[in-house]
Design a protein around this ligand. Structure first.
Ligand code: NOJ
Length: 552
């Protein structure tokens, strides 16, 4: 009887990941995002490629990141640089071959790392063979169960996320098709079982090759209302004066998240990282209602426009803790290939960037860093008129207006080549001309310089990740914010706990030095972002924008 009881208790306890630390790897990982075109050019054509990524894996590993996420390198006319796929099982020749992609997966695994591919499931390129087939489909062969895309004779009021009317007239089929993003990216029709099965099969194809999961492009736009009802109007300029009730977050998309998760789970622990546009309650739905049974993580858009203040981050962290309690996990991301770089938002102030990343790497959540953030790369200033990025050619807004919301329309500005050294083309390529110009600050801001310095942002990132990787309290532990009333103005502090292991993180978002008593009994400085930070007995001094991680 006692024996049975003990066995039952052990079974119950061992199914509790929080106690036994068995929660899946993807909840405790750290992600480094690569924009393949700009990471490293191995063959001197001015464009980054897959063999180039392989050559730089040791660098990413040396920083301490576990997972890489690569923006798409599938076959594509590259009108939206890979987010317009024409074949999900081929690699675009400028990036390499299928064998290169397979080698990348193997090389990542050899280093005990993980890799996420970027799956664009909402739409394809208009050069995908399905689109040609649909355009030439005879009227009697059409319909929601047969068409690959979403077609109508009578467009409704749906707006594209970028460029006004989401419906485009096709002169061959003589109907309108729906494109949630840009006109050359027609939305797939998931009500056609053939489309859904084929897309899930592409996912299986890459899972079989060993990828550890996917980042999912605009995932909450997968389904639209089947009777094409008009969206209600709203006063929100950013959502184009309408509430996307019938174009986003349809119940079928949530259901699809479960199906996709089941496909991935049949291969083991595989990560699904959703790009979910909308507020946090929406992102949370995509992860699951009560249990984490849909996507594993969702990106939060609000924090890409963070304000650099203790008050802002205290609220952000407290909201995320409420909305994503165990077994859910928030993702912390401050830059990506679509939005202004965090460094630019910080007015290129490296001290502030050090504080931001010290926080990012010590919070309860999965930190996701965009290539170049590690050395403090910032946005280049490039003209809208000659942009390679399609967006400025569809959205005609002057730079002055866009600057007012601290954004840019020209995503080329934040996709410039990785700055490896002070050599020609920042060591990115030996070509005469790189696909985008290298940012002019590359002689100072580059990996070689940062690696040689004893006070660089890069070094701080390495130290913090090394600590995180060996400290369960940081990678797995619970987080408790210390209330602002107990702290000096502009200071944010939180404790991280795992069993008996405890650390405290104290961050000064003010530009003036602060003195305070240590919150708890912590006597060891594990990481410090400034020489001005000092711990003497119970007294902690933090330099302006200073931050520390303390242990017992
Ligand atoms: C979101 C991606 O992040 C962006 O780069 C792309 O242009 C759009 N989705 C369309 O796929």
């Amino acid at each position: 009887m006692i024996k049975n009881f003990t066995i039952c208790l052990l079974l119950v306890l061992s199914s509790c990941p929080v106690i036994f630390g068995q929660s899946p790897w993807y909840h405790h990982t750290t992600i480094y995002q690569i924009y393949p075109r700009s990471f490293y050019d191995s063959n001197g054509d001015g464009i980054g490629d897959i063999p180039g990524i392989i050559q730089k894996l040791d660098y990413i590993k040396s920083l301490g990141y576990e997972t890489i996420w690569c923006s798409p390198f599938f076959a594509s006319p590259q009108k939206d640089f890979g987010y317009d796929v024409s074949d999900y099982r081929q690699i675009a020749p400028e990036y390499g071959t299928l064998a290169d992609a397979e080698r990348l997966i193997a090389e990542v695994h050899q280093r005990d790392m993980k890799i996420l591919f970027d799956m664009v499931m909402n739409h394809t390129s208009d050069e995908h063979p399905w689109f040609a087939e649909d355009r030439h489909r005879k009227p009697e062969e059409r319909g929601a169960r047969r068409d690959y895309y979403v077609w109508t004779d009578q467009p409704n009021n749906w707006k594209s996320m970028v460029s006004g009317n989401a419906w485009r007239y096709d002169t061959i089929r003589q109907q309108y098709y729906y494109a949630a993003f840009l006109p050359f990216q027609p939305d797939l029709n998931y009500r056609n079982a053939k489309v859904k099965e084929a897309m899930l099969d592409h996912v299986r194809f890459w899972l079989r090759k060993g990828v550890d999961g996917f980042r999912l492009d605009i995932f909450n736009s997968i389904y639209e209302d089947d009777s094409l009802r008009n969206n209600p109007t709203s006063g929100n300029i950013e959502s184009h004066m309408q509430r996307p009730v019938y174009t986003a977050n349809r119940p079928e998309s949530l259901q699809f998240a479960e199906e996709l998760r089941a496909v991935c789970d049949s291969f083991g622990e595989r990560m699904l990282l959703g790009e979910i546009i909308g507020d946090r309650s929406v992102s949370r739905k995509y992860c699951g209602d009560k249990i984490n049974n849909r996507l594993t993580l969702a990106f939060d858009f609000e924090m890409l426009r963070f304000q650099f203040s203790a008050k802002y981050f205290a609220k952000l962290v407290s909201n995320l803790e409420n909305d994503f309690p165990e077994p859910f996990m928030p993702a912390y991301v401050f830059s990506n290939h679509d939005r202004r770089r965090s460094m630019k938002r910080l007015n290129n102030d490296e001290s502030k960037a050090k504080l931001l990343h010290l926080m990012q790497l010590t919070l309860r959540g999965v930190p996701c860093m965009y290539y170049g953030e590690d050395v403090g790369m910032t946005d280049a200033k490039l003209p809208y008129k000659t942009a390679l990025d399609p967006i400025p050619h569809y959205v005609k807004l002057p730079r002055g207006i866009v600057n007012m919301v601290d954004e840019t329309l020209n995503r080329d500005e934040l996709r410039t080549p990785m700055q490896w050294s002070a050599d020609k083309n920042a060591g990115f390529s030996t070509a005469e001309k790189t696909w985008l110009p290298v940012n002019s600050d590359y002689k100072n801001v580059n990996v070689a310089n940062a690696s040689a310095s004893d006070s660089s942002l890069l070094l701080l990132i390495k130290q913090t990740l090394a600590l995180r990787n060996k400290t369960k309290a940081l990678s797995h532990g619970a987080l408790k914010l210390i209330s602002a009333e107990q702290l000096p103005a502009h200071v944010l502090a939180y404790k991280r706990t795992w069993g008996n292991e405890k650390v405290v993180v104290v961050l000064n978002f003010g530009k003036r030095e602060v003195e305070m008593s240590v919150p708890g009994t912590f006597s060891k400085v594990e990481v410090s972002n400034s020489k001005g930070n000092k711990l003497s007995g119970e007294k902690l001094t933090l330099a302006g924008w200073g931050g520390v991680v303390l242990a017992r």
